[in-house]
Each structure stands twice: as structure tokens, then as C-alpha cells.
Design a protein around this ligand. Structure first.
Ligand code: PGA
Length: 250
């Protein structure tokens, strides 16, 4: 089995202020020094400059929570991948379920955002995951595979060598309800198997993160599963001690 480094990425969502971010970023930077896992925070756009200024030279990366599919032009309100690269971003989340649901982002649009991020040298964190109704209907694997295949069709399997996938069951996000380690492992294994169908080497090296109510108390068990390579952390990434405890578990 390929040796994959664990990655713990915070997704701050629409939280923060210059003042509160400063103490959070300082604490994460100090606490993550010397940790074996990779760590990153995905902050709201206006705070990218602040993240860059605090985190440059540390072992914590930073990124955005979305990116435009377009490179430039008359797209009011959008932010391009090149702009994110300009601010030193390493990561851009694409296809978070809140974007898919609240902003109507289709599999195709997510695939285009993924390609745009890669095109500017960012590492896309591609989110996939099923709703509760889909899980109960027994179609989890087909939903996740469909979301993944849109990217495979648009960018090709080699692109996944420069990307991260995050499995985030929609019913577990922000709900306090976590997938059991085995439930998550099963989907992670299915994701890796689907990628392996196209390229076994890319599949073996692919970091597949779990997201959905990861806390200090459940991280170790989740990250102990063979195909879980870290986490995408929402709520718990807003409290430095919690986020660092999750990093330590990785
Ligand atoms: P949560 O969010 O950890 O608060 O459940 C995860 C996410 O939405 O990325």
C-alpha cells in the first residue's frame, strides 16, 4: 500500500473577523509546528491576505472554499484560480455540498472549477457525498461515483495525482452525526477503487479525506481506517485547541 501523508484541512465556512482570525491563525501556526501531518485552513476570500501574512514560512497551508470556473472577465462576484494563486493559496475546495445545494452547482460546474484550480497550480479538494435520502435509498456509492466521474471525464485520471478528494456525507455535516469509521471506510474504498479502475498508481497515492462532524473525540478512530487519509474539518476548525487535537490524531 502506498504511504500517504495525512492531511487535516479546516473549512472555516463564513466565519471569522480580522481580530478573531489572528488569534486562531497564530495558535494553529504555533501548535502545528513539528506535527507529522499536513495542515491547512480554507478561509473566506477577504482573509486570504491575512492567512498568507500569518502563515507564510509555517507548515500550515491555506486556501479558499470555492473558485470560479472562469479565468477572468465579466463575472461579477467571482474569484479566479489565478487570483487565489496570487495570494499563495495551496488549496481550493470545490463542490462542497453547501455550494452544490445552496448555489445549485452541478457536477459539470464542479468539474470545471476543479480544472480551473489545477490550471493555476492549486490543489483542488473535491468534495463528494450523498444526502440522507440517498443513503437510505442505498445509492451512496452511485452518487459519489457520479460526482467523481464528472471530474474524471473532464480532467482525466492523471489530474487526480494533483488533487485531494473529500468524502462528506451531507447528513453528517454540521449535524453532530458522524459516519461510523466503517461507513466512511466503505465509501473511501469505493472512491479509491473507482479511481484504480482508471489508474491504480494514482488511486494508491490519492489522499481521500473524511468530513462531517469530525471532532477531537472521533478523529483517531476515523483516521485509523486504511483508506481515510485525514479530514476536512468545519466547526471544530474554528477552535484552535480542537483543530490541533484533530491534527495530532492524524
Ligand atoms: P463540520 O463541516 O465538520 O462542521 O461537519 C465539515 C464541512 O462542511 O467541511
Amino acid at each position: 500500500m502506498a504511504q500517504r501523508t495525512k492531511l487535516v484541512a479546516g473549512n472555516w465556512k463564513m466565519h471569522g473577523s480580522l481580530a478573531s482570525n489572528l488569534s486562531l491563525l497564530d495558535a494553529v501556526k504555533a501548535g502545528a509546528a513539528g506535527m507529522a501531518c499536513e495542515a491547512a485552513v480554507c478561509v473566506p476570500y477577504p482573509y486570504l491576505a491575512q492567512a498568507r501574512s500569518v502563515l507564510t514560512g509555517s507548515n500550515v497551508g491555506w486556501g479558499a472554499q470555492d473558485v470560479s470556473a472562469h479565468s477572468q472577465g465579466a463575472y461579477t462576484g467571482e474569484v479566479s484560480a489565478a487570483m487565489l494563486a496570487d495570494f499563495g493559496c495551496r488549496y481550493a475546495i470545490v463542490g462542497h455540498s453547501e455550494r452544490r445545494t445552496l448555489h445549485g452547482e452541478s457536477d459539470q460546474l464542479v468539474a470545471e472549477k476543479f480544472a480551473a484550480a489545477l490550471g493555476s497550480g492549486l490543489t483542488p479538494i473535491l468534495c463528494v457525498g450523498e444526502t440522507l435520502a440517498e443513503r437510505e435509498a442505498g445509492v451512496t456509492d452511485s452518487v459519489v461515483t457520479r460526482q467523481l466521474e464528472a471530474v474524471l471525464a473532464n480532467s482525466g485520471v492523471a489530474a487526480l495525482a494533483r488533487a485531494v478528494v473529500a468524502y462528506e456525507p451531507v447528513w453528517a455535516i454540521g449535524t453532530g452525526r458522524t459516519a461510523t469509521p466503517q461507513q466512511a471506510q466503505d465509501v473511501h474504498a469505493a472512491i479509491r477503487a473507482r479511481v484504480a479502475k482508471d489508474d491504480a498508481t494514482v488511486a494508491a497515492g490519492l489522499q481521500v479525506l473524511y468530513g462531517g462532524s469530525v471532532k477531537a473525540g472521533n478523529a483517531k478512530e476515523l483516521f485509523g481506517m486504511p483508506d481515510i487519509d485525514g479530514g476536512l474539518i468545519g466547526g471544530a476548525s474554528l477552535v484552535a485547541a480542537d483543530f490541533l487535537a484533530i491534527c495530532a490524531a492524524a
